[in-house]
Design a protein around this ligand. Structure first.
Ligand SMILES: *[C@@H]1O[C@H](CO)[C@@H](O)[C@H](O)[C@H]1NC(C)=O
Ligand SMILES: *[C@@H]1O[C@H](CO)[C@@H](O)[C@H](O)[C@H]1NC(C)=O
Ligand SMILES: *[C@@H]1O[C@H](CO)[C@@H](O)[C@H](O)[C@H]1NC(C)=O
Ligand SMILES: *[C@@H]1O[C@H](CO)[C@@H](O)[C@H](O)[C@H]1NC(C)=O
Ligand SMILES: *[C@@H]1O[C@H](CO)[C@@H](O)[C@H](O)[C@H]1NC(C)=O
Length: 321
């Protein structure tokens, strides 16, 4: 099976403000074509991930800068793909915002994999690829990389991308893990419940030991999976699956707090004969609720058999905050 990855990296450089958001100073046809989805061969499916919008989402970028357009095939055990980097000559620094825009299209039989990208050895992004369908899937990842502006202004660096399994070991935190698995009905019904909580505390003290700064990050990842199998005889069976999982995060630094709840509930069934899926259905519901001292953001998305049935976004704060 042939595996094809297309990665397009773009830098959006904005020097306009919300009030002056208008067509770019020098209309950039290249940009407008890039802003659209990747070329759709067959019926590629759009994978969406709920996340907080970026402050630049309502701005028109002054220019875009293509960093790499690459097809990754068999990269296992290979060195990262590296290209020389130079900032765009058409829109020199200083920049107000810089956003990294990654577009990926994948087709074929492929597991999810961890990918990382670096500029001059500095990690700009670490992400994971999705498992594609046969017709292919595509998605976008955007990240505000304004804080790397001094690096992005240099032209003596290499831009590298690695698409392989990577291990990240530089977190210091307290993690609790609980897992229970129940088998019922001769093992035809299985129930898995798992809960992971992590807590990271940072304290900054001055020379006389007084606390001058404090931050805390608490995360919970509850997960519940229920599967039931019903044998229909003659090598045919029905498989029912229900998956509920969430990320619950509380962050506080000084007198500023934020909370995020990102939950997904999915249900599906399939009829299988000799390892072939004869029929099936799946539905999923996801909600993303972010609240901090200055803003709120909620998005609710539902899909049935891969088709979006609801997509609601709100910036109104729930009144319990
Ligand atoms: C990326 O490369 C592919 C294949 O060479 C091409 O079809 C596509 O137009 C390129 N995209 C951009 C943004 O240059
Ligand atoms: C297997 O049995 C089920 C019901 O018991 C029946 O509906 C189905 O047609 C059979 N399938 C095959 C491939 O024989
Ligand atoms: C929050 O903390 C900042 C910095 O410590 C301080 O300047 C500000 O007055 C505080 N605001 C409130 C409402 O307590
Ligand atoms: C931010 O919200 C938290 C939680 O409600 C509250 O304790 C804190 O005082 C708020 N900070 C500011 C600066 O309003
Ligand atoms: C969004 O939610 C409102 C009220 O909750 C509902 O009336 C509306 O139909 C929803 N829109 C979509 C596209 O689902």
């Amino acid at each position: 099976m042939r595996l094809t990855f297309f990665f397009v990296f773009l830098l959006f450089i904005s020097s306009s403000t919300l009030a002056t958001a208008s067509p770019p100073p020098s209309p950039d046809r290249y940009l407008s074509s890039l802003l659209r989805r990747p070329p759709r061969q067959h019926q590629q499916q759009d994978y969406i991930e709920l996340s907080h919008p970026l402050p630049t989402d309502r701005l028109v970028p002054s220019c875009s800068h293509l960093l790499l357009n690459h097809s990754f095939a068999y990269t296992y055990g290979q060195p990262p793909t590296s290209v020389p980097y130079a900032p765009p000559s058409t829109c020199p620094p200083p920049w107000t915002y810089v956003v990294l825009d990654l577009r990926v299209a994948v087709r074929g039989d492929q597991y999810d994999r961890i990918a990382g990208l670096w500029l001059g050895g500095v990690e700009l992004l670490r992400t994971s690829t999705a498992e594609p369908t046969e017709d292919g899937v595509y998605w976008r990842v955007r990240k505000d990389v304004t804080k790397y502006a001094s690096l992005l202004a240099r032209s003596d660096l290499d831009f590298s991308v690695m698409l392989e399994n990577l291990v990240n070991a530089d977190f210091e935190q307290e993690t609790k893990f609980e897992n229970s698995i129940k088998f019922q009905n001769n093992g035809n019904d299985k129930k898995v419940k798992q809960s992971v909580t992590s807590k990271t505390e940072i304290k900054i003290t001055n020379v006389v030991g007084e606390v001058v700064g404090q931050a805390s990050l608490k995360r919970k990842y509850p997960l519940k999976v229920i599967t039931s199998t019903r044998d229909m005889g003659n090598g045919t069976y029905h498989l029912f699956t229900n998956v509920d999982h969430s990320l619950k995060e509380r962050f506080s630094s000084g007198n500023i707090s934020s909370s995020l709840t990102n939950s997904q509930a999915s249900d599906g069934w399939m009829l299988v004969h000799d390892h072939n899926v004869l029929s099936g259905e799946a539905k999923t519901d996801q909600s993303y609720v972010y609240i901090d001292n200055y803003s709120c953001y909620t998005r609710n998305v539902a899909a049935v058999n891969g088709q979006l049935t609801r997509d609601n976004t709100s910036f109104i704060c729930p009144n319990y905050w």
